[in-house]
Design a protein around this ligand. Structure first.
Ligand code: ACO
Length: 450
């Protein structure tokens, strides 16, 4: 499914803006290097590619078929895929279990099983796998390659978040729309991404789980290896009812989900902002070697906010020894504070920041760093970012660092630079600490910390 040598699009349309047309266009324009075979009995050519009347007429093996024809003809098309020896199918079409057509859904799963095909969907927007340049979706085209695999049970939200990740410059290894999960489900995908060297973090938007016990067992195993972040919607009573009419899933008791996730090491995020905040840190940072965190700041206020967040989210602030405080005193005026938070004060220069940051990066007693900066005209955010990147690159053995700059346009640009250099940045101190806390929770579960 993710590494096909050839893809057939069944229901490839001649009309721009129709789903079957846009999928072919995405495949071509995202530069899929394998063979693309449009299938449509009424067309001879689509987007410059020869079109086939049926999948059976394709003079080549077909690894993956994307099916975009009305629900009632999906069984027939699937039988033909089976006869052709297609290995995997993704059924875009809606009109199955989600509107009560349970028998039709069962029928397509039966056909897939009998023919040894795995079936993704139905009721999906497709799939993307950036390492093989496969964009077999009708979502945005320019998905940024990276190492977060994103699985979505919601179609529209999944598509919207694909666009949002491009805007936020978040790199993805995959986007998978699972829809009704009639065959391939979250647990199958967890198993695949656990072994996938291109994926570091798995992020799931989920409304319900069909085989709870299996999901938990697999999630527990996978979480030991790679972090799994889940946004489980339908937390409230009314939200659960909305889930039932959306994907037909049983949202189930929210408490049970929370406990099950905790027992399996799954990190539960409340919303997609939090989920992607965490995923960025989890995908970029190494696991911490211990629980001692320090905060470096030029502003007392953000230092206090970050301290509160550490307490709330379970990040342990280090008790500073005398020699460590002396080490940090070198980078601050006499009225600064070398306690934790380490306050370099508003007059801190780029060099002071660099000195303190390097000290923290090099001292093995410090296991992770929250670096905060409030924009002043004393310190240029871009120059500061350059110093910090330089210092970060100068140490061989990396430790987790999260950064928050508060300020205007220049701070924003500086944060982008840091992010591109591999250091996760956040627009508020609380979001930075929350991401570090997620890394700690995962590291504790996976056995990196005692
Ligand atoms: N084999 C191959 N192609 C065929 C066949 C066949 N047996 N029969 C017809 N076709 C062609 C049609 O001629 C048409 O091509 P054309 O436009 O060049 O004439 C093409 O296949 C598509 O068939 P249509 O009947 O025009 O169907 P349409 O494109 O309108 O709809 C679709 C098909 C998109 C699958 C629709 O039925 C559907 O389910 N839409 C919902 C999809 C969806 O929402 N997915 C859920 C997740 S995304 C989200 O929630 C945002």
């Amino acid at each position: 499914m993710f590494k096909p040598r050839s893809v057939a699009v069944i229901g490839a349309s001649r009309t721009p803006k129709k789903i079957g047309y846009e999928i072919v266009r995405n495949l071509i324009e995202y530069k899929y290097p394998g063979k693309i075979y449009p299938v449509n009995p009424r067309a001879t050519e689509i987007l410059g590619l020869k079109c086939y009347r049926s999948v059976l007429d394709i003079p080549d093996e077909v690894d993956l078929a994307i099916i975009s024809v009305p629900a009632k003809i999906v069984p027939q098309v699937l039988r033909e895929c089976g006869a052709k020896g297609v290995k995997a199918v993704a059924v875009i079409s809606a009109g199955f279990g989600e509107i009560g057509n349970i028998d039709l859904e069962r029928e397509i799963v039966d056909i897939a099983k009998k023919n040894n095909m795995r079936l993704l969907g139905p009721n999906i927007f497709g799939l993307v796998y950036t390492p093989t340049r496969l964009n077999a979706s009708f979502g945005p085209r320019d998905v940024l390659p990276g190492n977060i695999a994103f699985i979505s049970q919601s179609g529209a939200l999944g598509i919207a978040l694909m666009g949002w990740t491009i805007l936020e410059e978040i790199g993805l290894s995959a986007v998978v729309s699972v829809g009704n999960k009639a065959d391939v489900d979250d647990a199958d995908l967890l198993e695949f991404f656990a072994e996938d060297p291109n994926t570091k973090v798995i992020l799931i938007y989920m409304e319900g789980v069909k085989h709870g016990r299996r999901f938990m067992e697999i999630a527990r195993k996978v979480s030991k290896k790679k972090p799994i972040v889940v946004i489980k919607a339908g937390r409230s009573e009314k939200g659960a009812k909305a889930v039932a009419s959306h994907t037909g899933s049983l949202a189930g008791s929210d408490v049970i989900y929370s406990v099950a996730f905790r027992q399996s090491g799954v990190l539960r995020a409340i919303n997609f902002e939090e989920a992607f905040d965490w995923a960025r840190s989890l995908s970029k940072l190494p696991p911490p070697k211990g629980e001692s965190t320090i905060i470096i700041t030029n502003g007392g206020g953000v230092g206090v906010l970050a301290t509160d967040a550490c307490e709330e989210y379970g990040v342990k602030l280090m008790d500073m020894s005398d020699d460590l405080m002396d080490a940090f005193r070198k980078y601050m005026p006499p009225f600064g504070s070398p306690k934790n938070p380490i306050d370099l004060t508003g007059q801190a220069s780029e060099k002071d920041y660099r000195g303190a940051f390097e000290e923290a990066l090099r001292d093995p007693r410090i296991h992770s760093i929250v670096l905060l900066y409030c924009e002043t005209i004393i310190t240029d955010p871009i120059l500061l970012a350059n110093e910090l990147i330089d210092a970060y690159n100068s140490v061989k053995e990396k430790k987790p660092v999260v950064i928050n700059f508060v300020g205007g346009e220049a701070s924003d640009k500086a944060m982008k630079k840091l992010e591109q250099a591999g250091i996760p940045t956040y627009p508020t101190p609380e979001r930075a600490v929350s991401a570090l806390a997620a890394l700690y929770r995962w590291a504790r579960f996976a056995g990196y910390l005692d």
